[in-house]
Design a protein around this ligand. Structure first.
Ligand code: KG4
Ligand code: ZN
Length: 331
């Protein structure tokens, strides 16, 4: 039996999880910093780093308490090394290094994107590739093909804003506050998704790329010209446009690559309309849809631990020179 302790501090969530063997999460704790950032309308990197530093020791105690473990019973320390905010990443990395060094246990640097992808295997331990992934978060929107050997190929990605970024920016335009995704999601439930026809960029182009910046601008100008329109209808119509494009391109990839399994991961996979529509489509089109449990979609450390497990099994460890890579990619 092996136990991995994972630390996630790439953005504004401070998180620690403990994984026992491949897929048993025995501790999963998280402290959101929303309170400290919301008055600024977005994440302030400097505040994020400071808060991670303050919160990590308490979270570690909480994780150990939840799992009823002593630090000596941990076999390896995993930490997100990128992509993300450099200062925020460095705090987690320094904390992980000091733990690994003092406990004399291996250190494992984890790619945050691989973490999001791994989240689906926590919720569906029996799931096996080939799989088409839609990874949609605050910083990334990609379609990825994973083959039987778990090798990955990026088929397409956003050319400008990420899907989550579009949610956040449109929420700001509608003055809904931060974080935007959950606010738009909630407001949309009271709106008509077919009220306004917002642009679905690149939808019918023969590629797997996305573009969301025009959609955001279109909502902005629409609001300027229609100040009496209901925000509920604007939010719902905007959300419908994002969901339509995301699912259209994902299904296109699954069809063209003849893959039956589709996984949707990343913060935007928490979106209720995306989840609902994906399940509807899976029934009509005959695909199997896998979306992680809600708490594994947005940033968390359980997914980092699950991604680290693969490296742990292979003995792929990092030394104490591990550094933050803010623009780390999947390739
Ligand atoms: O994966 P994540 O927690 O962090 C990154 O790695 O970026 O994703 C955060 C993004 C934010 O842009 C947030 O607005 C979006 O995911 N998000 C949502 C929802 N919950 C979070 N977007 C739409 N609907 C949601 N319910
Ligand atoms: Zn993330």
């Amino acid at each position: 039996m092996a136990r991995l302790l994972a630390i996630e501090t790439s953005c504004d969530e401070t998180a620690i999880a403990i994984l026992e063997d491949k897929d048993r999460i025995i501790a999963n704790v998280l402290a959101s910093q929303i309170e400290f950032h919301k008055k600024y309308g977005g994440v302030v990197p400097e505040i994020a780093s400071r808060k991670h530093l303050e919160i990590l020791p308490y979270l570690l105690d909480e994780a150990l308490e939840q799992s009823q473990l002593d630090l000596k019973m941990i076999d390896a320390i995993a930490v997100t090394s990128g992509p993300g905010l450099v200062g925020a990443l460095l705090v987690g990395i320094a904390f992980a290094k000091s733990l690994a060094y003092s406990l004399k246990k291996p250190l494992i640097g984890v790619n945050h994107l691989l973490g999001h992808i791994s989240a689906v295997f926590l919720s569906y331990p029996q799931l096996t590739p080939p799989i088409i992934f839609l990874l949609a978060s605050g910083g990334h929107t990609q379609i990825i093909y994973m083959n039987e050997k778990m090798e990955m190929e990026i088929l397409g990605k956003t050319r400008d804003d990420a899907a989550g970024e579009a949610f956040d920016k449109v929420a700001r335009i509608l003055e809904l506050g931060y974080p935007g995704g959950p606010k738009i999601d909630r407001l949309s439930k009271k709106g008509n998704p077919n009220m306004y026809e917002f642009p679905r960029a690149l939808m019918n182009e023969n590629n797997y790329d996305f573009s969301f910046s025009g959609l955001k601008t279109s909502v902005k100008y629409f609001l300027q010209d229609n100040q009496n329109a209901r925000k509920e209808d604007i939010a719902a119509s905007f959300q419908e446009a994002v969901v339509d494009v995301l699912l259209h391109k994902t299904i296109k990839a699954a069809k063209e690559y003849r893959i039956e399994k589709i996984a949707i991961v990343g913060g935007v996979a928490a979106n209720s309309r995306l989840r609902e529509k994906a399940i509807e489509i899976s029934k009509t089109e005959g695909f199997e849809i896998y979306i992680p449990d809600f708490e594994y979609c947005t940033d968390n450390a359980a997914m980092i631990a699950r991604a680290a497990w693969i490296k742990y099994e292979k003995g792929e460890f990092d030394d104490l020179s591990l550094n933050a890579v803010p623009y780390l990619t999947l390739g």
